[in-house]
Design a protein around this ligand. Sequence first.
Ligand code: A2P
Length: 257
Amino acid sequence: MSNFAEETVLSVHHWTDRLFSFRTSRQPSFRFRNGQFTMIGLKDGTKPLVRAYSMASPNYEDYLEFFSIKVQGGPLTSRLQNIKDGDPIVVGQKPTGTLVVDNLLPGKNLYLLSTGTGLAPFLSLIRDIETYEQFERIVLIHGCRFIADLAYCDYLTNVLPEDEIFGELVREKLIYYPTVTREPFRHVGRITHHLQSAEFFNEIGLPPLSAASDRIMLCGSPQMIQDLRGLIEGLGFVEGNHGEPGHFLIEKAFVQR
Ligand code: A2P
């Protein structure tokens, strides 16, 4: 257990019967870059049962926040969805991950493209001053099936733009674009559809994607990643990694989950 610390659940929020978020205590010695993930889970006999989870909270908060699906019959999430305040939770002390701003070449606009719980690492990145220093505009797209699945929508629409520290930067630089595919809403359609539509770029007031000026991070369902990768590689975007910055980044740990 030396690589794991035992933390305590501080609060749990259920968005839907398939999605929930929770906060835990945090060891002061646990340090991470915004956008990274770590292994978290529950004790299962002597061995912890863990999965990769991105930190949804920024790295200066004294708590950790995670955003999870509930998989019926899933080894971890079928149990994790029942956690309550005060419960113990194990948190791996070796965070890692590719979705850090240093892995991108300098650029003008940063596109953060997510489906479902893939939103998590971006919640941390959009509360990092460095992200706003490096880019003129940050476009956060969250694609879900239904409006109820758009977790954090109220926070991103109404709360963060009024934040004492980030409000001004957010109002000036962040474009939050929630989109759903299976019911009427102000934005309807898959991310792949929007990125190929002139209407979308007109709406957000930016030119169509270009590897010369735009940088992209992807986190979400494997099919979405596969299709978006094809689309942006077709436009000349080159994937970056640790030590080799590029035009776009993919969170692979999340994809395998
Ligand atoms: P759709 O409803 O058309 O399948 P899921 O809940 O299955 O992970 O999907 C989350 C969101 O991602 C849904 O809006 C879904 O749209 C969308 N999606 C699924 N596959 C792709 C894909 N290949 N490219 C872009 N978006 C996708």
